[in-house]
Design a protein around this ligand. Sequence first.
Ligand SMILES: Cc1cc2nc3c(=O)[nH]c(=O)nc-3n(C[C@H](O)[C@H](O)[C@H](O)COP(=O)(O)O)c2cc1C
Length: 182
Amino acid sequence: MRILAVSGSLRPESTVTTLMHAALGLLPPGSEATVHTALTALPYFDPGVDPDDAPASVRAWRGPVAAADAVLIASPEYAHGMPGVLKNALEWLVGSGELVGKPVALLTASPHPAGGDRARAWLTETLTVMSAALVPEASLGVGMVRSRLGPDGALTDPATAAALRGAWAAVERAVRTAPADR
Ligand SMILES: Cc1cc2nc3c(=O)[nH]c(=O)nc-3n(C[C@H](O)[C@H](O)[C@H](O)COP(=O)(O)O)c2cc1C
């Protein structure tokens, strides 16, 4: 299973990005993960850009999404929503359709107990209208995230680790049953 992972946090010490890497460390054997780290290279979405003449940064985002079997989106919550940089990146995929039928896992995290639930609700709505194949068992919110990570960034909370393993098992099932012609 080839996973493309992306984090909506730009902070170098980001807890969300750290958690995303910990999640990737729990992928089932034989899986491959690629992390897209260039969301800030994307221009603001412009529907007037000719699809055949998209900037290199847009092609460098669309290509790996298209090539992945499934996508993991990790996100903090800002002002009860997803970060603008993530919304912008998703807008670049609306017309070109790389996420149509693609299994998607969602991981939000916050220092607050709710775990970024409102950002995940917004991501769910946006990805649903984009016809992504959201995997319900792989939609996780991790509250009080700092208490679940060690100083080295390792995941120290067994319950979160178990939830992430369960999420990957569900993603694997979704990849197996996703239509081949998506
Ligand atoms: C401008 C701003 C707005 C925020 N809004 C929310 C919010 O609405 N809900 C929430 O749970 N946390 C909110 N937070 C806290 C973030 O979830 C917190 O900073 C989190 O650690 C960000 O993840 P990071 O460690 O990956 O940067 C906000 C933080 C900032 C800087």
